[in-house]
Design a protein around this ligand. Structure first.
Ligand SMILES: Cc1cc2nc3c(=O)[nH]c(=O)nc-3n(C[C@H](O)[C@H](O)[C@H](O)COP(=O)(O)OP(=O)(O)OC[C@H]3O[C@@H](n4cnc5c(N)ncnc54)[C@H](O)[C@@H]3O)c2cc1C
Length: 407
């Protein structure tokens, strides 16, 4: 058992740290307070990361979303500095991975956008009446000739307002079956409204509205997966996914498999937020003096530091263990990513709370990044599976068939 990153992973982490320190640490508080990134600002972010070799384009995606440990390192390091940026990559990746499986016409349009880091994607499943329970989506796709006509609305969708491409969950009116459609906004337009939230301030989140929106039938997930099968062994060259992740996709229900990586990523992003607040608290505990000595010499402060350190360490181990299970294509990836998501999300709320407490009055000041850590941590327990649903997924995987508590 080796708890060390490889040399390549360490180099990746260190260059990412240097990049974030130079590009975003100096501006994050001001930029985040400004609110949702515009499309131009989001593209600027994507282009800067691409220079570092991190992106959704075919060349870079394999060493990013296709490498669960590197993706985990990315989530942790970006989580530590500016969690709002994560949805650009995490949610953008979901439509992006299907682009190489689309028709020549769609590929000719979207691949250059991916190459140029000008692709902003979103994944639209949640609806006003379909939150945790997405088994009955009300957004419909009516087959008409060579296309579908989509009607309905989505809510709480990351990047909805600035995205050019979307993977949208729909119910086929003819078969009653649920599926996903890949939408290019120029061909299949949607309207979007911004939603406002307490954390991840720079990450755009919105509602989406589809009114008689025409989507070519060739953009349906079943067709895209059929194209994948036709590629045979060449599929590995086309899809930027690791062998383990491919194994999960073919041995589990595809949506279940697909969510393992974002959940492990969310766990490690929460770990990053907690780590940032912990480091601030540790420094403050050494510097701030009360009762004639640094507050770090008071036992109750040390107890808080202990609780913070041990829970951060536990969350990190769980997060990377989940990522490792995805690398290996192990069925435990489902349980581990769900457990990591709950544990780390809830842990980040407690740790950022304690970091504020250690700072006393200063911890409550809006001038300090602590309040941003706290607000960003609070976001981690809902998207990509609420803590409650992740506990039920864990329960089901522990107990087995017949014990589903939510179906
Ligand atoms: C910032 C943000 C970004 C998001 N990004 C996206 C995105 O990009 N794409 C997307 O599709 N969605 C996205 N979501 C939506 C997110 O996935 C949903 O908010 C989440 O699934 C919960 O749905 P809901 O908000 O409707 O809560 P509800 O489903 O109404 O749940 C309310 C409460 O009841 C609990 N609950 C529900 N059912 C059960 C049960 N069976 N047992 C126990 N407790 C239960 C929940 O855990 C929760 O505490 C995002 C949400 C946020 C806040």
């Amino acid at each position: 058992m080796d708890f060390e990153f490889t040399e390549q992973e360490k180099m990746y982490r260190d260059s990412l740290r240097d990049f974030l320190k130079k590009e975003y640490v100096p501006i994050v508080d001001k930029m985040d307070a400004k609110g949702p990134l515009t499309r131009a600002e989001a593209i600027d972010v994507m282009k800067k990361f691409q220079q570092l070799g991190i992106g959704l384009d075919q060349e870079n995606a394999r060493g990013f979303v296709g490498s669960p440990i590197l993706f985990g390192i990315f989530a942790e390091e970006v989580g530590k500095v500016w969690p709002s940026l994560l949805t650009l990559f995490g949610m953008g990746a979901l439509p992006a991975i299907y682009v190489p499986l689309a028709s020549d016409e769609v590929k000719a349009k979207l691949l250059p956008r991916l190459e140029a880091a000008e692709f902003i994607g979103c994944f639209a499943e949640t609806e006003p009446e379909a939150g945790c329970d997405t088994s009955k989506l009300k957004t419909t796709a009516r087959p008409v000739g060579d296309h579908y006509v989509v009607n309905g609305s989505k809510t709480w969708i990351s990047n909805a307002t600035i995205a050019d491409t979307a993977l949208v969950g729909v119910t086929n009116t003819e078969t009653g079956a649920q599926t996903f459609l890949l939408l290019d906004r120029e061909v299949s337009p949607w309207e979007a409204n911004e939603l406002h939230k307490i954390g991840w301030k720079a990450s755009p989140t919105g509602e989406m509205f589809f009114e008689d929106c025409k989507v070519p039938k060739e953009n349906e997930l079943g067709v895209l997966m059929g194209n994948a099968l036709k590629l045979g062994p060449k599929l590995r060259e086309v899809l930027p996914l690791s062998d383990g992740f491919m194994k999960l996709l073919t041995t589990m229900e595809p949506f279940t498999a697909m969510m393992t990586l974002p959940r492990a990523g969310m766990a490690l992003a929460a770990t990053g937020i907690a780590q940032a607040s912990f480091e601030a608290a540790l420094n403050y505990a050494k510097e701030r003096k009360q009762f004639g000595k640094p507050i770090g010499k008071h036992q109750l402060i040390q107890e808080m530091l202990y609780e913070m350190a041990v829970s951060i360490e536990t969350a990190r181990l769980l997060g990377y263990k989940a990522a490792d299970a995805i690398v290996k294509g192990q069925p435990e990836a489902r349980k581990l990513s769900a457990m990591a998501k709950v544990y780390a999300g809830e842990m980040s709320v407690k740790v950022t709370y304690r970091a504020m407490q250690i700072h006393g009055g200063a911890g409550l000041a809006t001038e300090m990044p602590l309040e941003r850590y706290f607000r960003d941590a609070r976001m981690m327990t809902v998207p990509d599976g609420t803590s409650e649903m992740m506990k039920l997924v864990t329960g089901y995987t522990l107990l087995g068939k017949g014990f589903g508590a939510y179906s």
